[in-house]
Design a protein around this ligand. Structure first.
Ligand SMILES: [Zn+2]
Length: 245
């Protein structure tokens, strides 16, 4: 039992200064520590062992001021509103309030596409995100097919989810069978080239399950110098994760 009158477990959540704090055991950690996970918008309090989790919790309470400051620095969480112009894969898209099923409207005259959804506030935001997610699935599936073919790998199964910490992940299938690639739908909020780089990156893992020189050679053969895309994700990733929260 810890000082909070109950035993704590790995993954438990506390609230400190109105902020979510997740407790984590990491056996390689040398000491109790705090860090901000910008994409999950939470603080992680790490302890080297289960026995020392209460110490990590106490440390988080002690550093409440630091936690409040770090969270205040994150991009404002925001909802989407009718009338707003957003970018989907780098293309301007107008958000519009309207009845019926939430949908993507592509005008035949080539003018700005629209996302039409009902309601306002959280309901509107959720409906718009659903439409963006469908578009993300369509575009990322097509780019995956393109790169898998160029790499001579069988087309993997593609899923698009709300991954909190990764833009993509890849599980190659055993011996020449199709693998599995998952993407975050939020890639649709990045410029097309950045999302496209992530597709090339995950497809390159169908050939090389590591980040060694052979892996990067595949990536560069597909999209050229990848450093600017990675830099973009590092700099702007937190902003993409603030939308719809
Ligand atoms: Zn990777």
């Amino acid at each position: 039992m810890g000082p909070f009158g109950r035993s704590l477990s790995d993954g438990d959540r506390l609230e400190v200064a109105g902020a979510p704090v997740r407790l984590k055991v990491n056996r390689r950690a040398r000491r109790v520590s705090l860090r901000l996970d910008r994409t999950k918008r939470e603080v992680v309090a790490t302890a080297p062992s289960l026995r020392r989790l209460p110490e990590a919790a106490a440390f988080a309470h002690e550093r409440a001021g630091w936690i409040a400051e770090r969270l205040a620095e994150l991009p404002q969480a925001r909802l989407l509103a009718p009338g707003e112009l957003i970018e989907v894969f780098g293309r301007p898209v107008r958000l519009e309030s309207g009845s019926g099923r939430a949908r993507w409207v592509e005008p035949i005259d080539g003018s700005t596409p629209r996302i039409v959804a009902m309601g306002e506030g959280e309901g509107f935001t959720r409906a718009v995100i659903l439409v963006i997610r469908r578009k993300a699935t369509e575009v990322l599936t097509a780019r995956t097919a393109h790169y898998a073919e160029r790499l001579g790998a069988p087309m993997p199964k593609v899923t698009v989810a709300d991954a909190k910490s990764r833009w993509g992940s890849c599980k190659p299938g055993p011996r020449g069978t199709p693998g599995q690639i998952r993407y975050s739908w939020r890639l649709a909020l990045a410029p097309f080239e950045v999302a496209d780089y992530v597709a090339a990156h995950e497809c390159a893992h169908l050939r090389e399950l590591n980040h060694g020189p052979r892996f990067w050679a595949h990536v560069r053969a597909l999209v050229g110098d990848e450093r600017r895309y990675r830099a973009w994700l590092r700099a702007e990733g937190a902003r993409l994760h603030a939308i719809g929260k």
